[in-house]
Design a binder for this molecule. Structure first.
Ligand SMILES: *Cc1c(COP(=O)(O)O)cnc(C)c1O
Length: 452
């Protein structure tokens, strides 16, 4: 009998027991992180003021599988396994012979994939005696995920929220407070980094890079406090591989294997989460394409340079080798706040450099055209970030319509857009603008990239 399912769900017993570490399967080693001052390879001691040892170990681990602690799996049960959908209504509207599937992470308490790493990060911190965790948040998705995880495990949290978002997204701020965390607009008066920026520009809208500087300074100057990052780092990407592992099983239930896997890329974690578990098959000869979609306004993969750079604006973090637009670059205020970052995960950057991943960039208006088409066929209102992946999935499905090929497309719907209604409002009122690629600003920011 023909499979007519719309949704493929797994029981809780199928929540993955291990995270997958792609480093074990790559023949190209990652370049080491470097100390910001000496430019020598950074050792565990350089990271110890910021991260618990367990996470520092995971950052450099070459083990293929890392066991997920029982307590973490138990919290995962609140929303995992997440559903995989067949986008039958979208396929029909497009008139494409392609089969479109999407993995949906919007069912988590915070509404995105971010709690998949927030929970284990807080867990390892608590195991090593951390009492308080600081972090930054742009659009508010990471801040709310960390607040949720800290609340589950009885840890205090302080979130430095990019000032522009703090004003534009009051409900994300309230969500962080609902889970009991403290949230302040960044730049703030609570750190030297923040006071320095405010002295130069009291009206500074802030940026992710600035907020990272503040959260790192706070953690580095207090004994009871550590810092937590929601993307970019190797251990964060590894925690997200629960997504792709489940998707492989669910695609099997649908008797399907993707010809392409598509995700949006801000820092690279949701993209890695869905694609990395497919990498072993690709290395063994399958020709699945991995497409990473980013905004034209902040195009680190398509236009950036693969070089050592700082993760934050003030230049306090270790130097990491990644695709970067320059750590002082402040992207235009597009609505996909989670994609407004100057850099990219080293592991995603490495796979782009070796042509395993194809990067692609879109302007925001065409992205919202796709978001609305998706909402009007599949029902779920997508966040602006994964709407980049939807744009690419629709374009690939339309290419199949041209060529008559029935390809199988899997994309990642990594969060819902229920807190992004002001962006939709702008789109519907016709006030949304596209920002040209800011060539001059990037050139200027690239001068700040240290020579290594
Ligand atoms: C944080 C976030 C992103 C961007 O971060 P990645 O590390 O690239 O995944 C994209 N989409 C959503 C919904 C997010 O919350």
């Amino acid at each position: 009998m023909a499979d007519e399912s719309t949704k493929y769900t797994l029981p809780e017993s199928e929540i993955p027991t291990h995270w997958y570490n792609v480093q074990a399967d790559l023949q190209w080693p990652l370049d080491p992180a470097l100390h910001p001052g000496t430019h020598q390879p950074a050792g565990p001691d350089d990271f110890a003021p910021l991260f618990p040892m367990a996470l520092i170990g995971q950052e450099v681990s070459q083990e293929r599988w890392v066991e997920i602690p029982d307590e973490v799996r138990d919290i995962y049960r609140l929303w995992r396994p997440t559903p995989l959908y067949r986008a039958r209504r979208l396929e029909k509207a497009l008139g494409t012979p392609a089969r479109i599937f999407y993995k949906y992470e919007g069912v988590s308490p915070a509404g995105s994939h971010k709690p998949n790493t927030a929970v284990p990060q807080v867990y390892y911190n608590r195991e090593e005696g951390t009492k308080r965790i600081t972090t930054e948040t742009g659009a508010g998705q990471w801040g709310s995920a960390l607040a949720f995880a800290c609340n589950q495990m009885g840890i205090e949290a302080k979130v430095y929220m990019v000032s522009a978002s703090y004003k534009q997204k009051p409900y994300r701020k309230s969500m962080i407070e609902a889970w009991g965390a403290e949230v302040v607009p960044s730049p703030s008066n609570d750190t030297n980094a923040g006071r320095g920026i405010l002295a130069e520009d009291p009206e500074s809208p802030g940026s992710l890079g600035i907020a990272i500087s503040e959260a790192v300074e706070d953690a580095a100057t207090r004994d009871d406090t550590k810092y937590s990052l929601g993307s970019v780092l190797n251990h964060v990407l590894m925690h997200q591989t629960v997504i792709g592992q489940e998707a492989i099983k669910q695609m099997e239930m649908a008797d399907a294997y993707p010809d392409m896997v598509i995700g949006c890329a801000g820092g690279g974690s949701n993209f890695a989460g869905i694609t990395f578990p497919f990498v072993p098959d690709r290395l063994n000869g399958k020709n699945t394409r991995f497409i990473a979609v980013e905004p034209e306004a902040s195009p680190s993969l398509t236009r950036g340079k693969f070089a050592y750079d700082f993760g934050d604006t003030a230049g306090m973090t270790p130097l990491i080798k990644m695709h970067t637009l320059g750590h002082t670059f402040v992207p235009n205020p597009i609505h996909a706040g989670g994609l407004r970052y100057h850099g990219m995960a080293p592991l995603v950057s490495l796979l782009v450099a070796h042509d395993l991943i194809e990067p692609r960039a879109y302007h925001q208006k065409t992205v919202f055209d796709a978001a609305v088409q998706f909402a009007r066929t599949e029902g779920i209102i997508p966040a602006p970030e994964p709407s980049h992946a939807i744009r690419a999935a629709i374009d690939e499905a339309l290419a199949c319509k041209e060529s008559g090929e029935a390809k199988t497309i899997l994309f990642h719907l990594c969060g819902h857009g229920n807190f992004d209604m002001s962006a939709y409002e702008q789109y519907f009122s016709g006030e949304m603008v596209d920002y040209a690629y800011p060539e001059e600003e990037v050139a200027k920011a690239m001068e700040s990239v240290p020579a290594v």
